[in-house]
Design a protein around this ligand. Structure first.
Ligand SMILES: [Zn+2]
Length: 135
């Protein structure tokens, strides 16, 4: 019956504002954008804001990884080098992607697929993290 359709429509179709263009629209209660274009543009904008905000730190992390790669070369699994070598290449010790504390209670710092750990003699042990299942 036409009357039922009208009732169910008015229940579901709440009037609200699009998250991006702020124009009023109606539709399902869980809809937050007026159109697919606004939805896509919102995500493009969100991605750009995140890229701009993280660019400076990303560059430092990428540079750190390049320094470790340069020291390790293509094939080394691990290498112990003086801290001064990393200092001379302007390695940023404070910029890591993650860390963990090993069984000797030493902190292992990660820069993507490389790790480094400092010893009391100011030597740095660098390791290449190998994907599991390979050797
Ligand atoms: Zn919109």
């Amino acid at each position: 019956m036409p009357e039922n359709i009208v009732i169910s429509e008015s229940k579901d179709r709440h009037q609200r504002l699009c998250r991006l263009c702020k124009q009023p629209f109606s539709g399902r209660a869980d809809k937050i954008f007026c159109s697919a274009t606004c939805k896509a543009n919102y995500h493009i904008k969100l991605h750009k804001v995140t890229m701009d905000a993280s660019e400076r730190i990303d560059k430092i992390l990428h540079r750190n990884r390049s320094i470790l790669l340069e020291i390790m070369g293509k094939n080394s699994i691990q290498k112990k080098v003086p801290r001064a070598l990393l200092d001379s290449k302007k390695f940023h010790f404070g910029y890591i992607t993650h860390y963990h504390t090993n069984v000797q209670n030493k902190m292992v710092h990660y820069v993507y697929d490389f790790s480094w750990m400092i010893f009391s003699d100011q030597e740095i042990l660098i390791k290449r993290i190998q994907a599991s299942g390979r050797d």
